[in-house]
Design a protein. Structure first.
Length: 189
């Protein structure tokens, strides 16, 4: 997915961009990282764009940031869904490009999936299998960026800090290890 001014503005806010990367890290590592699982389980938004990752104001900034629209074919894991979509594909004029919000871009990619999940009574999609690849495409974040040692070190050291309170999702087992490193495994495809 191509970047636009809205995405560049999010990247320019270092604290907010860190939180976005932590969310993506957690979605991609929920199966192997207990802290990631605890943080994602604490969200209240169907797109996981809420506390403990973001304040209400930050969540609104992220959701309403304007980006160029994508197609499902930009996310290889969703090529089969692209064939099932009954609506007309978006036509983008080379001269006049229109934008959509990040929230709308994510929802467009997951439209069919959301309908199936809501019918089952759960509107939140599975983190690593369904959300990780879409979020990486929408935010333009590579797998390598999520494996960056500076990001992982900061996450292990500080977790997420919000309004003066620490929100790390660390389990008592991890606290007892005191400095013991846990192997990071990438689950996102």
């Amino acid at each position: 997915m191509k970047s636009s001014e809205g995405l560049q503005a999010l990247r320019a806010n270092q604290n907010l961009w860190y939180k976005i990367r932590v969310l993506l890290h957690d979605l991609c590592n929920i199966a192997t990282d207990r802290a990631a699982e605890l943080r994602t389980l604490a969200t209240t938004d169907e797109l996981y764009i809420s506390a403990p990752y973001f304040t209400a104001e930050e969540a609104a900034l992220v959701k309403t940031a304007q980006i160029l629209p994508s197609t499902l074919t930009e996310v290889p894991e969703f090529e089969e869904l692209d064939q099932e979509v009954t609506s007309e594909p978006r036509q983008i004029d080379d001269v006049t490009l229109h934008t959509v919000t990040i929230e709308q871009a994510i929802k467009d990619c997951l439209q069919n999936f959301f309908e199936k999940r809501r019918a089952s009574g759960d509107s939140r999609p599975c983190g690593p299998h369904d959300m990780g690849p879409i979020y990486r495409a929408v935010f333009g974040i590579s797998k390598e960026e999520l494996k960056d040692e500076k990001l992982l070190s900061r996450l292990r050291r500080a977790g997420l800090r919000r309004l003066g309170a620490e929100v790390t999702g660390k389990s008592s087992e991890q606290k007892a290890q005191k400095g013991g490193k846990k192997e990071e495994k990438e689950e996102c495809t």
